[in-house]
Design a protein around this ligand. Structure first.
Ligand code: IMP
Length: 454
């Protein structure tokens, strides 16, 4: 039995979907413990289809895997139905014997979106607009709606909905809403089964389990760059509360982009190339990268460099289509993510999967932030308050490589400068890079761990 947690080390969008899909070949269960349809995990199949997972775990393509939507996820039933129908239209089988929905998962009701919209007008977090915040807020408020509340006589559903409607001055018919949610759940039961995960994991004792984190550690509500965070626990420790009944985690695999970092939404971003405002007019599918931009990027112009990474790396949101902010690799942040991931049992049980190495091909040099300077002193501490917005990153410049790394599958094939770059990250983080992804396709990956994962 082995339990592995795959977690984003940055602000999400590290490429976890592909890693989970690849690793899932070796596991019996893939389970999610946080987030909702704010997440967008992309998997590209061998025949070139792009699958976008939002609530459904990314192990769904593998016929031996049972997938679990844990109690710590939040689910919009209408969106879940659309996600499943989309997966099915692309040939992914979704059946009740292979998809479990926890009976205590909290539901995102349609009117929560209006509540979030009003909040966002003043708070300006840059949320995904999926009402993730209100849903998680109603949980400790003890007025949340769980899957269970659609299965009984509906008393708690109606009581809590009436309370929200009054508090937020929203007009909706609670009885009609209850009926429509029940209808949706019934439709979904063609594709999934509702179960208590404590029972599920007890029955599946000894199974190999892959835990799939959504978002990233720097967006975690406790560990992240508060208040510019999501509302759930994306740290690996969150899995214990968000997927009730799981056994102890053996290994944590931190997923991070190799040559750069991205962030969507507002909030401090010390190594950002250019500024957030440079992105105001950028639209997915409309951005172009000309020869001049490439030349300027190679000379180190920050705005062109950000554009270069966004364009080559396809850095536009899977869920919202928003262009992502881009920054230089930040080892202060990554070291912090490593330290909050120290929940696994054995020594050396946290390792790294580096993604998108190929996006850095052709750049003459890469800057890596190794400490932050504040008030004249350097430190490797990652501040968790507004002072993160004031630190001055201290960079080391590493030699780039001109060769193409796209699709390489063996470490020895990497250009020596790319190997030196990977070694530098490993040494500074004190962790080995077990996997290195060299392109979006399933096979475009280097297993540096010598079969520890594949
Ligand atoms: P929310 O999760 O919609 O409440 O948004 C809160 C913050 O988390 C915003 O900055 C979002 O852009 C960010 N966020 C939420 N989910 C993801 C994700 O899957 N990838 C990257 N950023 C995310």
């Amino acid at each position: 039995m082995t339990v592995t947690a795959v977690v984003g080390a940055q602000w999400g969008d590290e490429g976890k979907g592909k890693i989970v899909d690849r690793l899932a070949e070796k596991y019996h269960i893939v389970a999610r413990w946080n987030g909702g349809n704010n997440a967008g995990h992309t998997v590209i199949t061998d025949d070139g289809k792009t699958l976008a997972f939002h609530n459904v775990p990314s192990g769904m393509r593998h016929k031996q895997v049972v997938n679990v939507i844990g109690n710590g996820e939040v689910v919009n039933l209408q969106s879940l139905l659309e996600e499943i129908e989309d997966l099915r239209s692309k040939g992914v089988e979704v059946t009740p014997d292979r998809l479990v929905l926890s009976d205590s998962t909290h539901l995102i009701l349609p009117y929560y979106i209006e509540i979030e919209k009003r909040q966002e007008a003043t708070r300006k977090i840059g949320t995904t607009g999926r009402a993730i915040g209100p849903t998680y807020t109603f949980k400790p408020d003890r007025t949340g709606i769980r899957v269970l509340d659609l299965l009984d006589n509906g008393r708690d559903f109606l009581k809590n909905v009436r309370h929200h409607l009054e508090e937020h001055e929203i007009k909706v018919n609670p009885e009609e809403l209850l009926e429509s949610q029940r209808r949706l759940l019934k439709q979904l039961q063609q594709y999934l089964r509702i179960e208590d995960t404590v029972e599920f994991f007890r029955k599946n004792k000894g199974a190999d389990i892959l835990l799939e984190g959504a978002q990233g550690i720097l967006l975690d509500v406790d560990a992240g760059t508060y208040p510019y965070v999501t509302s759930s626990n994306s740290i690996p420790g969150g899995a214990y509360a968000g997927c009730l009944g799981i056994p102890a985690i053996d290994t944590v695999l931190l997923v991070m982009k190799a040559g750069y970092v991205t962030r969507v939404g507002h909030g401090p971003f010390p190594t950002e190339m250019g500024t957030e405002r440079d992105l105001e007019d950028v639209k997915k599918g409309e951005e172009k990268l000309g020869e001049e931009d490439i030349e300027r990027a190679k000379q180190g112009d920050p705005v062109s460099l950000a554009k270069y990474h966004r364009y080559i790396g396809g850095e536009y949101g899977t869920t919202t289509g928003r262009p992502r902010r881009v920054g230089h690799q930040d080892l202060v942040a990554a070291g912090y993510s490593r330290d909050v991931s120290n929940v696994a049992k054995g020594l050396g049980s946290v390792s790294v999967a580096l993604t998108k190495l190929d996006v850095s091909d052709g750049l003459p040099s890469l800057r890596v932030c190794t400490s932050y300077k504040q008030d004249g002193t350097s430190s490797k501490r990652f501040p968790r308050d507004a002072s993160l917005g004031e630190v001055e990153p201290v960079y080391e410049e590493l030699e780039g490589w001109n060769e193409n790394t796209r699709g390489l599958t063996r470490y020895s094939q990497l250009p020596s400068a790319a190997q030196r770059f990977v070694n530098f990250l490993e040494k500074r983080l004190g962790m080995s890079a077990s996997l290195i992804s060299t392109g979006p396709g399933r096979e475009e990956i280097i297993d540096k761990s010598n079969q520890a994962y594949f």
